[in-house]
Design a protein around this ligand. Structure first.
Ligand SMILES: CC(C)(COP(=O)(O)OP(=O)(O)OC[C@H]1O[C@@H](n2cnc3c(N)ncnc32)[C@H](O)[C@@H]1OP(=O)(O)O)[C@@H](O)C(=O)NCCC(=O)NCCS
Length: 258
């Protein structure tokens, strides 16, 4: 497997979760998603997790959610372990005030963030700069106008409302994923008011998104870059990266061990 450079690159993986359960070891992501997993593969992945992660997995009532959690966390460990040069189960996570995971011990110079929606996971790994990612299924928000009214800034809301009804959902999600990626990069979670800052015009899919306004710190707008990430049909995704002069490299498969 080729070396994964994380110097000036921000590597992003967008991976379907459950195809791995079709068989042991590496598999092609082009294979169909396996709903009825392979118990041996799932047991092997569960063994890669910490006792805390296993306890979280055990707490899900839904078998699908439990499987997704286990596969996502095993993949995350596999990716981070490969980059840090240690076995996946040697990684130790610690958590920020609002729950953002980071590495303690091996790989602690790496920054990463993960998002999962249904059976797809997005993970970004960078060196020495904060990153945040978000992926959402386009069916997810029910009443887009109501949620936009509650969570977006007046300018973002107006931009969405000016669009024809059949484009509003995608525009809302584009805006939402950018905002959540930014908040996750900072580790804020959705504790921060979502109209406290603005991302690019969600009606303009072609233009590079950026942070337009962030109350509080005058340097914040210059500090971050935002980008939309290419995701499978039915999903929308975005990344926020601290600083400048990096390259985002996207991968749609993972051939390391899980
Ligand atoms: C972080 C948060 C936005 C995630 O939202 P989501 O859309 O449900 O989930 P996503 O799939 O995009 O991301 C989940 C992943 O983000 C990471 N994460 C968790 N908390 C995070 C935070 N504060 N910042 C960044 N990333 C975080 C984890 O890897 C998590 O994966 P896991 O749940 O499998 O462990 C949401 O859980 C949140 O707002 N948390 C903060 C809660 C808070 O403020 N608590 C106050 C404590 S004082």
């Amino acid at each position: 497997m080729p070396e994964i450079a994380v110097d000036t690159r921000v590597n992003v993986w967008c991976l379907p979760l459950l195809w791995r359960l079709e068989g042991a070891g590496s598999a092609s992501p082009s294979g169909a998603v396996a709903r009825e997993g392979d118990d041996a593969a799932l047991a092997r992945m569960t063994a890669m997790l910490s006792p805390e992660e296993r306890a979280v997995a055990a707490g899900f009532d839904s078998p699908d959610r439990r499987r997704s959690y286990v596969v996502a966390h095993a993949l995350l460990r596999s990716i981070l372990g490969r980059i840090a040069g240690v076995a996946p189960n040697e990684l130790v996570f610690r958590y920020g005030q609002r729950g953002k995971p980071e590495l303690a011990g091996p790989g602690q110079n790496l920054q990463f963030n993960m998002s999962h929606s249904r059976d797809v996971m997005l993970v970004a790994v960078a060196h020495g700069r904060r990153v945040g990612v978000d992926i959402e299924h386009t069916d997810e928000p029910g009443d887009v106008r109501r949620i936009a009214a509650r969570f977006l800034s007046p300018r973002e809301r107006d931009a969405i409302e000016r669009l024809p009804a059949d484009r509003q959902r995608d525009a809302f999600l584009r805006c939402w994923t950018r905002k959540e990626a930014y908040m996750k990069a900072r580790g804020d979670g959705i504790s921060r008011p979502l109209d406290d800052f603005e991302v690019g015009d969600p009606a303009d899919a072609g233009r590079q998104p950026r942070l337009f306004k962030a109350s509080g710190d005058p340097n914040e707008v210059e500090r971050w870059e935002l980008a939309d990430v290419s995701a499978p049909r039915g999903f929308m995704a975005a990344i926020a990266v601290e600083g400048h002069g990096f390259e985002v490299v996207q991968h749609n498969e993972w051939t390391g061990d899980v």
